[in-house]
Design a protein around this ligand. Structure first.
Ligand SMILES: Nc1nc2c(c(=O)[nH]1)N[C@H]1C(S)=C(S)[C@@H](COP(=O)(O)O)O[C@H]1N2
Ligand SMILES: [Mo]
Length: 524
């Protein structure tokens, strides 16, 4: 049986080892942040590894993460990466107590993994991306080597030349302070690179639209407590993207290139050139393909932008129905994301646009500043490119954009959906009249009817709010006189073409969820 003293001596060896490992990892990350701050702000080690993990996450797992953690999925991912790193760091520290070179080599190996992750990101630009990980790993390996070579050991092992316990703690403290300073400086430098972009957004004055949005009919906004407001405020608008650091693009240096198959005149626009064109303002509801039945990834805003059809026409592009050879328009963002839309849809007369304004202000950074694309009627992943930098005309046969490579559908028109906003699932509304209310959407087809069913009863028409446009969602409400007990409320919509929303349940993958939304409530 091990004695208390031998346990103590094991511990007094292990603790400095573990501490050395953690400090080595911390130093590596901090130095990498510093180098990233100097050469490439978006290439911080946690960001590139996280991004590489996102790129490789199989669609069902990603769907699960979005469902479980919602908008926090990225924080959870980063904390997860840090936790795994910490465990590995402790292990490497313990190994290094005995095999110093092996421990240090382990840290270097992580630098190589980080570098490979950085190179594999779609926005990789080469050597600048690998420097942070490599330099960081070298600093981390050196830290581990030095700290463990001089770590205090129990007298019995008799290795001379080590620090006293106090000496070791001092060295550890100095390392921690130095690394923290390096990391903070790196963050500061990265932040400063975004300042030009922030100033360019603050100074941007949006021109008035040549074609303002039609006034929202008075009856389009219901006041029912608990219903989604007709216009989603920017701060509440859902955000779905793969960006671990939100791109901060300077409006002054931003450019958009239009090129590719059948483009007679490739062009490059500055933001001022776009703003100098006649702008349209439209209410458009945007929906994510990852939205579950009843889910939150849908929002409605007033967008200001340049009609995309005109830009394409001027570049000499014709839609396939007009004899054009390209049927896919691939939008690429500054962070390397690619999204492909049917050229036919973009040019068929709907209000496809390059948006610069959202609810009266320049696009927020989270939503694509300075310019994003929108095509009413298509899910976001096949149309709504944020931080856009180029538009390439190509074909569906020859090019698969980011999500299509990951098994999502090539073409994805929005599916008709109705959602009950109030009462909430498992609510216990007071007896008497209960107002059931929510929203329904079928962008570019419009909503003609929303019906509600209590338990297995008959379908009943709800009161529809006025329709704003075919491209926006529509609110509805229903005054319900319930009997006491548990009830299931189910809703379904009919779109403007007369199609009743299908009851058939489908998962979000590959082209959007379907089925009826229902909530269970208990009435006293
Ligand atoms: N650059 C870039 N644009 C993007 C994405 C992205 O990951 N990167 N995600 C798309 C998806 S899946 C959706 S649903 C919409 C969401 O736009 P929002 O975040 O402004 O609501 O943006 C689209 N545009
Ligand atoms: Mo999406």
């Amino acid at each position: 049986m091990p004695s208390v003293t031998s346990f103590r001596s094991t511990l007094s060896r292990a603790v400095p080892g573990a501490l050395a490992g953690l400090l080595a990892a911390f130093t590596a990350l901090a130095v990498a942040e510093l180098v990233a701050g100097l050469v490439r702000p978006a290439a911080g080690p946690v960001t590139v590894v996280g991004g590489a993990v996102i790129d490789r996450t199989p669609a069902p797992v990603k769907d699960f993460a979005i469902r479980q953690f919602g908008q926090n999925d990225k924080t959870v991912l980063q904390l997860g990466i840090l936790a795994v790193l910490a465990l590995i760091a402790i292990a490497l520290g313990l190994i290094a107590l005995r095999y110093r070179r092996l421990g240090a080599a382990g840290v270097l190996l992580f630098g190589i993994v980080g570098a490979a992750a950085a190179l594999s990101r779609p926005d990789s630009t080469g050597i600048g991306d690998v420097l942070p990980s490599i330099v960081g790993a070298l600093a981390g390996a050196a830290t581990l080597y030095i700290l463990t070579s001089r770590a205090p050991r129990p007298a019995a092992e008799g290795e001379a030349g080590g620090w006293s316990r106090r000496g070791f703690l001092t060295a550890a403290g100095v390392t921690a302070v130095a690394a923290t300073s390096a990391g903070a400086l790196g963050r500061y430098l990265s932040g400063r690179q975004g300042e030009g972009a922030i100033a360019s957004r603050e100074n941007l004055v949006l021109p008035a639209p040549a074609s303002p949005a039609p006034a929202v009919p008075a009856g389009a906004r219901l006041k029912t407590p608990g219903i989604s407001p007709f216009t989603t405020p920017n701060r509440d608008f859902y955000r779905v993207d793969t960006a671990l650091t939100v791109p901060k693009v300077d409006a002054g240096t931003w450019r958009l290139r239009i090129h590719g198959k059948g483009v007679a005149r490739p062009v490059t626009y500055t933001l001022d050139e776009l703003l100098g064109r006649p702008l349209i303002e439209r209410d458009i509801t945007l929906t994510c393909v990852s939205n579950e039945v009843g889910g939150p990834y849908v929002g409605n805003a007033r967008w200001l932008g340049v009609p995309l059809r005109d830009l394409l026409r001027e570049a000499g592009v014709r839609p396939p129905s007009g004899g054009g050879t390209a049927d896919q328009l691939v939008a690429r963002s500054v962070d390397g994301m690619t999204l492909g839309s049917p050229v036919e849809d973009v040019m068929d007369g709907r209000d496809a646009m390059l948006a610069v304004g959202m609810n009266g202000e320049p696009l927020p950074f989270d939503h694509g500043f300075p310019v994003r694309m929108l095509v009413p009627g298509l899910f976001g992943y096949v149309s709504a490119c944020k931080w856009i930098e180029s538009l390439e005309l190509t074909t569906f046969d020859t090019y698969d954009p980011y999500w299509v490579k990951r098994k999502w559908a090539r073409r994805a028109p929005i599916k008709t959906q109705a959602r009950i906003d109030t009462p909430k699932p498992f609510a216990r509304p007071a007896a008497g009249t209960v107002t059931v209310a929510g929203v329904a959407w079928a962008q570019h087809r419009g909503i003609d009817r929303v019906e509600i069913r209590v338990d297995d009863g008959p379908w009943r028409d709800t009161d529809l709010a006025a329709q704003d446009t075919l491209d926006t969602w529509r609110q509805w409400s229903y005054r319900w006189q319930p009997t006491s007990g548990g009830h299931t409320l189910t809703v379904r919509a009919t779109d403007g073409t007369g199609q009743v929303q299908t009851e058939q349940r489908a998962r979000t993958i590959p082209d959007g969820a379907s089925g009826w939304h229902s909530v269970f409530v208990t009435v006293p």
